[in-house]
Design a protein around this ligand. Structure first.
Ligand code: UDX
Length: 433
């Protein structure tokens, strides 16, 4: 099939490459000229396992353009995958999406299916179809389909090619069939629903996972007080198949491009209908507090951070990505700098993005040891494998080995034996100094 994808951020690009891998001809359109230039040379603008390989492998089937008018193909399907970031009040910002939609009528004079990949408030697909139907020639057959994504950064290719499910929210058989043809070679469960349900599946899934994280974080905080161990508690819960073993890792809260914005957007929507979703609100509130847990913990050992050397290990919101969006590390670094700390940061992959985004006065280190050398305290914000492999040989470089670990990177029994202070989430505190 001939497919156009408008917006090749994380979701758009991964979708494009995976459809090309399955034999479709895919044109990627993005107004970001630098990104398109990079893609044309076979380079991936984002750090994502296997992505660059697939871009190169499928180069015959992938085209890149910056403007719709540049070429005159008739597309069977047009995906819209532009960003829908959060507004200051938590609602989703659909400006980019509507810009694209407003341009479609003057460019399409053939039958086609418009697929909304972007995460959008419930009812948006319907509004887009209404708009397009009143602005295109009546003889053109055009349908709008909701096809939400469920890919996680770091495993995005696998999550697309071997998806847990493909959800197709459609209101007519013609469009449904085109979507089934598109995904014919994807041997995964396919669920056909109405468009509102498809839109809701996306929010309900993400918000449920966010809720699960906030729940386990609250349990972890209580474990610390009562002397229980969250690793054992999570494991004991996970053995119950009804609960499952995913998303029960306690830490300093969720970040990233989806959970923070999708929880706020659903909460905003529910208020609009005067039906506040209290559980989602609780997940949001708990997460905001959880992000500050490490600083609170450190205050047990350090009254004032001014002029201290603080080592920060991990900047990205999770490992295997260079994405810093809503990363808990950032708000913590802000606080440390405000208190006059000398902040030395290290991340195996996120440093370049951090340099671009974060203009405040932090020291960028070339290695973990450079960050740790003579540090008064060390914070761990991301569970990169490289950090999990650190030993006392690394921490002994610190002036005083005070380690505040927001991702439970180390086995508590091993840490017990070392001359350190080790404070993690939902487990006993070790104070051997
Ligand atoms: C998420 C969803 O998983 C995906 O289906 C959706 O399409 C996009 O949003 P992503 O943002 O890439 O994917 O990351 P994910 O792996 O879900 O982690 C989100 C955040 O939750 C991270 O900050 C992570 O550290 C945190 N997390 C995750 C925990 O704190 N504990 C866990 O047990 C799992």
């Amino acid at each position: 099939m001939n497919v156009l994808i408008i917006g090749v951020g994380y979701v758009g690009l991964v979708t494009a490459v995976c459809l090309a891998e399955k034999g479709h001809s895919v044109t990627c359109m993005d107004t970001n000229i630098d990104k398109i230039k990079m893609l044309k040379t076979g380079k991936s603008p984002i750090f994502e396992r296997d992505l660059e390989n697939l871009i190169q492998k499928n180069k015959q089937r992938l085209k890149y353009i910056t403007e719709f008018v540049e070429q005159s193909d008739n597309y069977d399907i047009i995906f819209i995958a532009v960003g829908t970031p959060e507004k200051y009040d938590g609602n989703a910002n659909l400006k980019q999406l509507w810009n694209v939609v407003h341009n479609l009528p003057r460019l399409i004079d053939y039958n086609c299916v418009i697929v909304i990949k972007s995460t959008v408030p419930i009812g948006t697909n319907e509004k887009i179809e209404q708009y397009l139907k009143t602005h295109i020639k009546s003889e053109i057959k055009l349908s709008v389909v909701s096809n939400p994504e469920f890919l996680s950064q770091g495993t995005a290719i696998k999550d697309t090619l071997q998806a847990s499910r493909i959800v197709i929210g459609s209101n007519n058989d013609y469009a449904t069939q085109i979507m089934l043809d598109l995904y014919h070679d994807f041997d995964v469960p396919k669920l056909i629903t109405d468009r509102q349900s498809a839109e809701m599946i996306k929010y309900a899934s993400n918000d449920f996972l966010a809720l699960k994280i906030s729940y386990i974080n609250e349990i972890a905080n209580l474990c610390e007080i009562i002397g229980a161990n969250i690793d054992d508690v999570s494991h004991g819960m996970a053995l119950d198949e009804r609960i499952g073993n995913k998303f029960l890792r306690a830490g300093i809260g969720y970040g990233g491009s989806c959970f923070p914005k999708d929880t706020k957007a659903l909460h905003w929507m529910s208020n609009l209908y005067d039906k506040e979703i209290k559980t989602v609100k609780a997940a949001i509130d708990v997460n905001e507090q959880q992000k500050l847990r490490l600083i609170k913990k450190a205050r047990k050992y350090i009254d004032d951070f001014s002029d201290l050397k603080v080592a920060v290990l991990g900047l990205t919101f999770k490992p295997e990505t260079d994405d810093l969006r809503d990363s808990p590390a950032i708000v913590n670094i802000d606080i440390l700098l405000e208190e006059g700390a000398n902040v030395f940061v290290y991340d195996p992959v996120g440093m370049e993005n951090f340099k671009k985004l974060y203009k405040k006065n932090v020291k960028f280190c070339k290695s973990v040891n450079e960050a740790l050398k003579d540090a008064d305290v060390c914070f761990i914000f991301t569970e990169w494998k490289q950090f999990q492999e650190l030993t006392y040989e690394n921490f002994r470089l610190m002036k005083k080995a005070i380690i505040i670990d927001g991702r439970n990177c180390f086995d508590i029994k091993k840490m017990c034996k070392l001359p350190i202070i080790y404070d993690s989430i939902g487990r006993i505190t070790i104070n051997n100094l």
